[in-house]
Design a protein around this ligand. Structure first.
Ligand SMILES: [Ca+2]
Length: 73
């Protein structure tokens, strides 16, 4: 992700091409390798923990640039 705000207030993090793994709560959605929901994509389910290792349908390490949350809690 290029920019992410929170969960702690007052912090801006640039995570572009830095994601190596993820843990989801009750949301699901889609990861993308490019900004603005472009490039290669990978769906993610709720209550899931995975590496971004390029195996199977997963995105490669350090490629994540944007995310779409399809279902909120
Ligand atoms: Ca990227």
């Amino acid at each position: 992700m290029t920019d992410y705000y929170g969960p702690a207030p007052y912090y801006w993090w640039n995570w572009n091409d830095q994601g190596s793994s993820y843990v989801t709560g009750c949301t699901n959605g889609v990861f993308y390798t490019d900004t603005n929901q472009k490039g290669h994509s990978q769906g993610f389910a709720g209550n899931q923990a995975q590496y971004l290792d390029g195996q199977g349908l997963r995105l490669p390490n350090d490629s994540l640039s944007s995310i779409r949350i399809s279902y909120g809690c």
